[in-house]
Design a protein around this ligand. Structure first.
Ligand code: 5AD
Ligand code: SF4
Length: 483
């Protein structure tokens, strides 16, 4: 356990250990020495900055990067004007990649002003050979590139980056192992993401994730429970169990372990008050899970259930393995078990071959389900995926109006749903001081909706009863109550 490891007592002149995570602690100790020397040379502390693009999995990975950087001796700068900047990238849609290329130009300018500066890139985008080629050719000022499979080696890579005056590139095709017990620097003291599995086996035809994150691998239940117990002991009250498809958790174990049984174990951990999870694939959502959720006092009344499309024809082409009717039946079933459940979703507009009729099927499901909120995306062609080779890519001029129609409907329905809770009393986990008004604090309800209320920073991390006074579309203004 990293809190118990005395980094200053590791013999950094010995040969590096072979086994993990020992090897990484050895390199972390070497980084510490290296940074101390640099500090003395410069007469100041070295600063770092971690920037995250993409999903919750990446956010959690960035906490691991930040944990290493802090123990190495860096101070977080809060912006890219730092001595070590790392971008944890996303590649799920083309514009995610473009944002990174855009920001790299800015980093290059900063590097010209700070000769100490090192630039590192990691995450899903780096798993694409064409990206790495482009970076090697046209972005020579980048110092370190690694991928999703060797993130656990960050301490070693950081050391290599400082020892080399050339670009260090280390991207693996697949994961060799899950390395436990590495340092983590949590963004919030009271809530935390917990990876329960890595990778994805579903190969939805539009999606690049299975190619960049590799095959599904679940963490051992006892490791997950051990991590949550430690988080609870450290003051965490809310955990978010993370995986690309949590419903297929543990299916590769012999004998298999179900996600529902993992939830039961996490529920038993004292100190944990709220449990969330993400993401659920509709095809694998079990009766057992519905039952565990319905009887749980801790699992939040929120289910993120990506629809992607409401057209059975398109869903087949997407390789989603459910159709419009079975999705609607599933929603009915979960609502019957939990009438107060908030259901949110992801929808893609403009998958190849999507006709106006297909799109209207999507609008129909949105109407029928009445999602509490939905992330809507324009289809983005990802090379290497089966959908990229499909004919009849939908022309731009059709895409945008469809997207706007969908967004309007989603927002109208979400606002109607949200309005219904006005006047009720809800438990809110206060998360931060409000960005715009320091007399307010901001928190999250069980169903994941945001609430702003008058309050002081000492409420942060506490679960409080709040009367919802005013609904502003998808968020609320509320007031502390004693109830
Ligand atoms: N184009 C648009 N959206 C996509 N997503 C995944 N791949 C693509 C793509 N190629 C969306 C899906 C998924 C969410 C995380 O991103 O809706 O659920
Ligand atoms: Fe992508 Fe489908 Fe896997 Fe989700 S389930 S990560 S959409 S392939």
């Amino acid at each position: 356990m990293y809190q118990e490891i005395d980094l200053d007592n590791i013999d950094i002149n010995a040969e590096p250990p072979v086994e993990e995570p020992k090897r990484q602690y050895y390199f972390l100790a070497k980084c510490r020495r290296l940074l101390k020397n640099k500090e003395q040379e410069l007469g100041r502390k070295l600063t770092c900055h971690t920037e995250t693009f993409g999903c919750q999995m990446n956010a959690r990975d960035s906490e691991k990067l930040a944990g290493i950087l802090e123990l190495a001796g860096f101070e977080e700068a809060g912006s890219e004007e730092a001595d070590f900047v790392i971008y944890n990238t996303c590649t799920v849609r083309e514009n995610a990649n473009n944002r990174v290329y855009g920001r790299l130009g800015y980093l290059h300018n900063l590097k010209k002003k700070n000769r100490q500066m090192r630039i590192a890139l990691c995450g899903c985008m780096m798993q694409e050979a064409s990206v790495v080629e482009k970076l090697k050719k046209s972005y020579r000022f980048v110092d370190l590139i690694f991928g999703t499979h060797n993130l656990y080696q960050f301490a070693e890579l950081l050391y290599r980056c400082y020892e080399s005056d050339k670009m260090v590139v280390d991207v693996w095709e697949q994961s060799a192992q899950i390395v436990e017990d590495l340092p983590v620097e949590r963004k919030y003291p009271f809530k935390s993401g917990v990876n329960i599995m890595f990778g994805c086996n579903n190969f939805c035809s539009y999606c690049i994730v299975p190619y960049v994150r590799g095959r599904e691998k679940s963490r051992e239940p006892r490791e997950i429970v051990r991590e949550v117990e430690r988080l609870a002991a450290d003051g965490v009250v809310e955990v978010m169990l993370l995986g690309q498809n949590v419903n297929s958790y543990g299916q590769t174990f012999d004998p298999p372990v179900s996600f529902a049984s993992l939830l039961r174990e996490v529920e038993r951990i004292e100190g944990i008050k709220r449990i969330r999870f993400m993401t659920s694939h509709p095809k694998d959502l079990s009766e057992e899970l519905i039952e565990v959720m319905a009887h749980s006092k801790k699992i939040c009344r929120h289910l993120h259930l990506p629809l992607q499309s409401g057209s059975s024809r398109i869903l087949k082409a997407m390789n989603r393995k459910y159709d419009k009717e079975s999705y609607l039946r599933l929603v009915e079933k979960v609502r019957q078990a939990m009438p107060d459940l908030a259901i949110t979703t992801d929808i893609i507009v403009g998958f190849p071959g999507e006709t106006e009729e297909d799109f209207l099927e999507t609008m129909d499901v949105v109407q029928k389900v009445g999602f509490d909120s939905a992330f809507t995306f324009l289809y983005s062609k990802r090379s290497g995926t089966p959908a990229a080779k499909m004919e009849c890519q939908v022309p731009e001029e059709l895409l945008k109006p469809r997207f706007d129609r969908l967004l309007k409907l989603v927002q109208e329905i979400a606002a109607q749903k949200a309005q219904k809770l006005t006047g009720s009393i809800q438990t809110v986990l206060v998360e931060s001081v409000n960005d715009h008004d320091a007399s307010l604090v901001t928190g999250k309800m069980d169903n994941n909706a945001t609430v702003h209320l008058k309050g002081t920073p000492d409420l942060i991390g506490k679960l409080v009863a709040v009367r919802l006074e005013e609904c502003r579309g998808f968020y609320y203004y509320g007031k502390l109550t004693d109830a």
